[in-house]
Structures are given as structure tokens and as C-alpha cells.
Ligand binder design. Structure first.
Ligand code: SAM
Length: 287
């Protein structure tokens, strides 16, 4: 029997399930202008960040999400020099993006400066590349950022946001995707976290359809484990302006990557895009 206050639990009421971590201490809690942020020390997952009751990042498993939200898109793009990360305030995606020497500038645009300040204090490893001269940290609404940015000014946009409610809701609609299409260069790619294939397959299908209606020519979804998030099975969806933009990747470069990863490699890259039977049929029907 799980008993407060020794467990943090996130309940998924629409899916009759929950995820719990044994905690040893609540380190911090605050209401920022945008969301409620909590930090816990857990017994087995290191430090844990929770936003509006939803698990965001833990020391133990964040590498799965951060590596898979970045490296597949970076090795799919032919020459990613400029990268925007919308959201991503814990700075874990920024750290992975900056491992790529061809990236000349990575701009992180998170609406909530408090997420980054708390990450600097409680997740110093994730923030270890924040001083890289190629990094730029902005605290703005990502929707406003893409609306005001110049046309064809970026190679890769990574949307590392909270779930599509609250401040992140507008990062999942056609108006936002249209602005992304406008801002991306002709071989540009958008990569977005797209929730659980088990719990949110309809959302993934709707997202891909909306991306195509907004002007993206191709979409593909990749899958990876992530025990911290609902169902333990997560996804990212890529969209390219070019019809052939997602049909291959720089495999030789990925095999010879000049940096360490804990999960991503060239074989994982290929495998991650293979859709399981039931989902594969649904995705095929949707195209
Ligand atoms: N990996 C996490 C997940 O999928 O649960 C996401 C982590 S990251 C901390 C999510 C970030 O998105 C938060 O820091 C939040 O402030 C940011 N965010 C939400 N809406 C946003 C918006 N409209 N513009 C920019 N950042 C936004």
C-alpha cells in the first residue's frame, strides 16, 4: 500500500493507471507565473521535477527522452546549423543538441524562466552546456517567437514542451505548425514530443494530419521507452518541408558520432521509426 508522504504519484484518471516514485524529501515547491513546479529527492530515480502534477524529468531516465528528441532529428537533417528548442527549460535537450559540432547556434525558448533556474540548481548536469557560446537562452512564449521570427531562418525546431494543456496548448495546433513551416529553411525539420503511443494514439494521428494540413510534406513518428511518462512508452514526431526530408538519415555520421550517448545509436535510430503492427496500420491509413 502506497502511503503519502513517502510516495509521489501521478494518476492518469482517463487510463485507470498511475505512476509512483518513492521519495525521500520534497526539496522545493513554488507557483511560477505559468505553472506549479515541485522538486523531489527520490530513493531510486535521483532528483525529480514535477510541473502541474506531471512528472517532467528525473536524473535516472531523462537521457532516453532527451537523446531521442534530439539526435534522430539532427542526424536526419542534412546539415543542422541553427536549432530552436521550444520549451525544454530543464536544458537537457539543449545539452544533447550542442554535442553536434555542426550546430552553430542553439536557441532555447521556454516561457518559464523559473524552470531553468531550478534546473540549474537541482539538475546541474542537464545545464552543463548552458555556458557554451553557441547556446542562447530566451524566456518567451514559443508561439510568439515563431510568429515573429524571420522566414526560412532555422534548420531544425524541436518542441520539447509540457502536455498540450495550459501554456503548451498552442504548440500543437495548425496555426503554430504553419509558422514553423514559414520559419524553416527548405530542408527544415520540426521534431515534437508526441505523447504515449498506447494512451494517445489518436493525438499522434491528429498531430500528423495537422502538420500535413499546415504545409509539411512528410511526417514520421519514432518510439522509445520512458518509464516516467504515462504508460512508460513515449514518442516523438518529425515533420519535414521536403517530401523526401525524412526518408533517410546520415547513418555513417551517426555510426561515427563524436560524442557519448547512453541510448541513441545508429541502430536505435533505424529501429525507433519502425511502428508496431497495430499502430503501423493506423499511421499508414492516415497518410
Ligand atoms: N520532457 C518533458 C515532458 O514531455 O514532460 C518536457 C520538459 S520541459 C521542462 C517542458 C517545458 O515546456 C516547460 O519548462 C514549460 O515552461 C515549457 N512550455 C510550455 N508551454 C510553452 C510555450 N508556449 N512556450 C515555451 N515554452 C513552453
Amino acid at each position: 500500500m502506497l502511503q503519502a508522504p513517502h510516495w509521489f504519484s501521478e494518476v492518469y484518471p482517463h487510463h485507470g493507471s498511475a505512476f509512483s516514485l518513492k521519495v525521500s524529501e520534497k526539496l522545493h515547491e513554488e507557483q511560477s507565473p505559468f505553472q506549479r513546479i515541485e522538486i523531489y529527492e527520490t530513493e531510486w530515480f535521483g532528483t525529480l521535477m514535477v510541473i502541474d502534477g506531471c512528472t517532467m524529468v528525473s536524473d535516472r531516465d531523462n537521457y532516453l527522452y532527451h537523446e531521442m528528441m534530439t539526435h534522430p532529428a539532427l542526424y536526419t537533417h542534412p546539415d543542422p546549423q541553427t536549432v530552436w528548442i521550444i520549451g525544454g527549460g530543464d536544458c537537457g535537450s539543449l545539452k544533447e543538441v550542442l554535442k553536434h559540432p555542426e550546430v552553430g547556434q542553439a536557441v532555447q525558448i521556454d516561457i518559464d524562466e523559473r524552470v531553468t533556474r531550478l534546473a540549474e540548481r537541482y539538475f546541474p548536469d542537464l545545464c552543463s552546456s548552458n555556458e557554451d557560446p553557441r547556446a542562447r537562452l530566451l524566456f518567451l512564449d514559443g508561439i510568439q517567437w515563431v510568429r515573429e521570427a524571420a522566414a526560412e531562418s532555422v534548420d531544425l525546431i524541436i518542441v520539447d514542451s509540457t502536455d498540450p494543456v495550459g501554456p503548451a496548448e498552442g504548440l500543437f495546433n495548425q496555426a503554430f505548425y504553419r509558422e514553423c513551416v514559414r520559419c524553416l529553411k527548405p530542408d527544415g525539420i520540426l521534431a515534437q514530443q508526441s505523447e504515449s503511443p498506447l494512451f494517445h494514439a489518436d493525438l499522434i494521428l491528429a498531430m500528423r494530419a495537422t502538420m500535413q494540413q499546415a504545409g509539411f510534406a512528410a511526417t514520421r513518428t519514432l518510439f522509445f521507452p520512458q518509464c516516467l511518462y504515462p504508460s512508460g512508452w513515449w514518442s516523438g514526431t518529425l515533420a519535414s518541408k521536403s517530401p523526401t526530408g525524412l526518408s533517410g538519415f546520415r547513418e555513417a555520421a551517426a555510426r561515427d558520432k563524436p560524442f557519448e550517448t547512453l541510448y541513441y545509436n545508429a541502430d536505435i535510430h533505424t529501429a525507433a521509426f519502425v511502428a508496431p503492427e497495430a499502430l503501423g496500420k493506423r499511421f499508414h491509413l492516415a497518410q
